[in-house]
Design a protein around this ligand. Sequence first.
Ligand SMILES: Cc1ncc(COP(=O)(O)O)c(C=O)c1O
Length: 247
Amino acid sequence: MDAITDIAQRHNLIVIEDAAHAIETAYKGRKIGNISQLTCFSFYATKNVVTGEGGMVTTNNPDYADKIKMYGLHGMSRDAWKRFSDDGYKHYQVVFPGFKYNMMDLQAALGLHQLARVEVNLKRRNEIWQIYDNAFADLPIGLPAADAPDTIHARHLYTLTIDKDQTGLTRDEFMQKLHQLNIGTGVHYVGVHLHPYYQERFGYREEDYPNATWISERTVSIPLSPKLTNIDIEDVVETVRHIIKQN
Ligand SMILES: Cc1ncc(COP(=O)(O)O)c(C=O)c1O
């Protein structure tokens, strides 16, 4: 973040952070959401705080906050949401074309209770992370990078890299074998430059981003839910080890 902030300051840019995977994180003593001018969080079903759909933007700048609220509700003037108040009906004005991105109170009620679980769930995922790190250390597969100094990691995804030259099987073959043995996996993510829209619209080619292509073809995420039981974790460990050792 120091490097990014430095570039932004030199070029007079605003940093908008994507913290969809990062609600637990801190950087050099500063909590995420309080580092750059704007930070975006996702509360989609796969995230660590879930409201079904929805998200949050944090900022210390009251002008951005006002504008975001207006963008989220049709570009209506600031106090439009109060228009059905006890003081009687108030007219609103649409001051620019906005969106319909407001979170329902029902979703917010779910989210508030989820917030109370963030630290407990992180603690459990930390334990699982440690078990995986120890269990896979001797295998010819890539493990997540070690934590950067002076940071708190969100432990959102435990990603392995499966390189056929090392393991004798491709990432997709590895996933298929895990699936057959009832272990779910995911890919986070296929590189943007490999999707047809971006290739057709911007002319991106596979070879333009060799490192992203390399990871995109080899990355796989294994189960990391805080709801995993100790037996589930053992299952994952034994199955991964079995598949890799078999080849
Ligand atoms: C890194 C990242 N950024 C942004 C998003 C988008 O969040 P949302 O689905 O809430 O718009 C996601 C996931 O869906 C994500 O994984």
